[in-house]
Write a protein that binds this ligand. Sequence first.
Ligand code: ATP
Ligand code: MG
Length: 1129
Amino acid sequence: MATPELYTKGAWVWTPDEEEVWVSAQLQQDYRPGDQTLILRLSDGREMHYSVASPAGLPPLGNPDILEGENDLTALSFLHEAAVLHNLRVRFLDYSSIYTYCGIVLVALNPYEQLPIYGEEVMDAYSGQDMADMDPHVFSIAEEGYRAMIREEKNQSIIISGESGSGKTVSAKFAMRYFAVVGGAAQQTQVEEKVLASSPIMEAIGNAKTTRNDNSSRFGKYVEIGFGSKGDIIGASMRTYLLEKSRVVFQAPYERNYHIFYQLCAFKDSPEMRALKLDSAEHFRYTNQGLDINIPGTDDAVELENTRNALTVMGVQPDQQMELFQILAAVLHLGNVNIQASGRGGDRCFISADDLSLVVFSKLMGVEGSQMAHWLCHQRLTVAGEILVRPMSAQQANGARDALAKHVYGQLFAWTVQSLNSALRAHRERTKTLIGVLDIYGFETFDRNSFEQFCINYANEKLQQQFNRHVFQLEQEEYVREELPWSRIEFSDNQPCITLIEGPLGVLDLLDEECRVPKGSDENWARKLYDRHLDRSPNFRKPRMSNSAFVLLHFADMVQYECLGFLEKNRDTVFEEPINIMRASQLELVAELFQQEPAGGSLSASSVRNGPVRSGNKAHREHKLTVGFQFRQSLQLLMDTLNGTTPHYIRCIKPNDLKQPFTFDPRRAVQQLRACGVLETIRISAAGYSSRWRYEEFFSRYRVLLSASAAQGDSRASCRRAIPALIPDPEQYCFGRTKVFLRAGQVAVLEKLRAGRLCAAAVLVQSTVRGWLQSRRFRRLRHATLTLQRFTRGTLARRLACILRYTRAALVIQKTYRMAVVRQLFLAIREAAVTIQAYARGVQARRACRQVNPSRSLRCNAPECQPRRNMYPNISSICVIKKICLRSVYYTLRMPTTIPGLGGGATKPAGSRKRTGSEARAGAASPVGATMAAVLKELGALHVALERQELPAALLEQAFRQLVHQLAASALNSLILRKDMCCWSRGLQIRYNVSLLEEWLRSRGLQTGGAAAALEPLIQAAQLLQMSKKTEADGRAVVQTCSALSSQQIVKILTQYTPQSDVEERVTLNFIRIVQGLLKGRSDGPPPQLLLDVRRVFPVTFPYLPPPPVSVEQLDIPDSLKISFLRRV
Ligand SMILES: Nc1ncnc2c1ncn2[C@@H]1O[C@H](COP(=O)(O)OP(=O)(O)OP(=O)(O)O)[C@@H](O)[C@H]1O
Ligand SMILES: [Mg+2]
């Protein structure tokens, strides 16, 4: 339980809800111990009063935001059902991530949609990687198993369980495909091909359409893949469990029989099938009870082709295949044999001699028809040492016929598994280590539960116990590794329930005992169960309203079983005589099928006999045993096998019953989480120290909480000094060798303290900034006021001055005007006087002159009296001079850049300067730089080698485009899948490295052939890591920038983005949704794929080059070729 002090106003809690199972709500006021109610506001705005009887009744707290969408459920601070459900939902619906870790378990939600996450490029990306670094995936579990097997040389197993339709078989197939790829032998041995080919065969004969799943496996399967000393696959073997034989003769509405029957019927008209006398599946009683014989989207004829191809790959010859099909067709005809009642009261029956179905059946099985007709209607009894033949009623005979059909099918199934095992057996060398993949039915509960559900749930009890013990043991190992004292954590061991089922005088024992009693019945057995276990076994109950049912308290749920039919199914009786007839069949395969059979024995469990070599050939005695007994034995064998391996778990969850893509029904999800033990893992984690942080991680996140003195020294010492001050109760934490261990809820406490410290720091920063802003505003205001005052005073002064100046000017003007008027008058008078004087003097002078010399006149030669010619003599020359000046200025300006040495480094190519500098820095500082240098060196060596070949430049460009594409694609794929790569600093580093590569390409003239373009997605991914990712404008910038990245890649990088420092922040869900919205409108984006195809090969174009004109004489033919005669010829 979390500490009550965390229930403060604004805290988020989870409250139970009918529909959604858990809904989040916010506390409206602080909780104080003793309060009886909490006031909550639900996310839809409604207010609610939540009653709290005691602190233990407080609702579970929500996890801090930083933990939303965590890869691993056990990393959540508050480990409870609500948190687990929420985290799975967020990952599934918002991030489209179907896989999530829960400690050692991989939780897989069925997406009901084909996802592009299973290609070879994804396998390449996961190969050799550490599980902790990678996004959760079925490949990472497979890789973990494979690596552990190679490293520890120990057998491994992958245990896949879940409800019908949850994706177990799909997961198992992907895991096996992964092993086939990573364990592919150097020489092609076809073992991997055979391992993969076994799946379609097993699906054809062991899978059927049910209401829950169109391809439901009706048996459990454990496939062991054997690896040799080099880690390559050298063989495989398979064991099956509890085939649902009743389906051969009965199907519920909208269900089908096994696929193989419909596949054969779909091929009825082909020439080779004509001898089987098949008809449409609608005409056979064993295939038409489900009413609908088709599966949407599946073509049975095509499927038969696949089955036959797989059989061929497995080495089953066409004639053997036909024999197999012949027996299957015979089963269908047997179902149509008409048994008619006769005798008084219908106590006898007969089969007409011309019953066509019986004739065909007998022919196909190579047996005598009349004998078969007789022994289908009669029974041999041994009474007091005497053998009697007793007729059967029609009902009994129908039952015997159906039992025979089931038996034949069961034998054929077992034979097929045995044949596959011989084909898969290792021949090359001895198997060194194994990886087993168990695809087994999960816990089941229906309205009416019968023997099959009982066995399935019993198997799940055993597997759950194995799982609990393993998780518990791992937990213990972690404590030992961290040198912590191991205090025992209680975990709910389901041993009492297992003892109740398989212990002495347990449910199975009593059932077997009742089967041995001649007149044993289901009711008697029920009574014995009540007598023995009621009120004695805590896991046993009797239903109130029934005397023929019992209730078992399984680890996952309480299940009521109806006793009716248990004895019959446990005995699985088939009469002796029809088996004897089969054994004498002329058909080799039919005789072989029944060779080992006991006469009249109860048989079923293909499980025990079809096991691999290790299961051994059991004694004849065993065949007499009941189905329950054999199932118990096969289960024990399985448990022994699993206990000898390191298990890895995949729990498949069916998110909705409607098979809708990416639809999450929380009620169904919780039901399955409870049933598959995920919540138990969580409980074990929560019971101890649920949160484990490496000292460095802890220090980096909570450094803000440490005082300056505590934060000195290495991170481990700092944590040890600081934590006691932060968490007063020493019970709530302890220090391991490499990690600090915290109890549930303590991370939330620390997060709260951190948020408080950051908040206080933010307030301090805000107050300082506000103070500074205010003082700056004040200074500006004062400055502005002074300026205004100054200007105003200036203006006023200027205005006054202006007035004064105007006044003065007016006076001056008046004065001047008056003066001018007076002067003009004076001048006019003077000029008049002078003129008059001049004229008068002139007249006088001329008069006097005429008197002296009357012919002479006067002329003026002063320079000022000359006309003004050549006033602008040099304008054109000035223009020319000006132009010359301008040009000289222009040249002067250009000169310094062209003078060598004047610009220093300016004349050196900018690129080479950058490279030299950065190489030195990278070489000195980081190993990544060294790697890049090595890559460039390699590329350089390659380039030189190719150039020596005198390849045309176009081919060189294409070669480097291919190389650069592979480099960039694998780097991008790894970036997309590695959380630790998705951060700002990595983006910077990638961009830097790519720039080195670009520069290298440029320096060799290779950038034009598409090599530079191949780098574009990687460059954009690096830019995306460095861009701001907050607002809608940022989102638009992201979409605009990342034009070479697909929508899936952009969203994946955003979801993977993991801050590495306090400065960075996680990308909010809201932002991802904005980007997703914007990407929807994008029309010209790259194809929708998550990873780039690393193996893509670009087509090569060879340029046409005319052959050089070389004459034969010029050819230098080495003597060693001994073709010098050619020259002579
Ligand atoms: N990873 C996946 N991607 C896409 N579709 C899936 C995936 N896993 C399961 N499915 C879909 O769910 C269907 C049911 O899966 P599967 O047959 O593996 O279920 P199951 O758990 O083996 O059920 P059963 O117990 O009935 O055999 C598949 O046919 C497929 O359509
Ligand atoms: Mg299956």
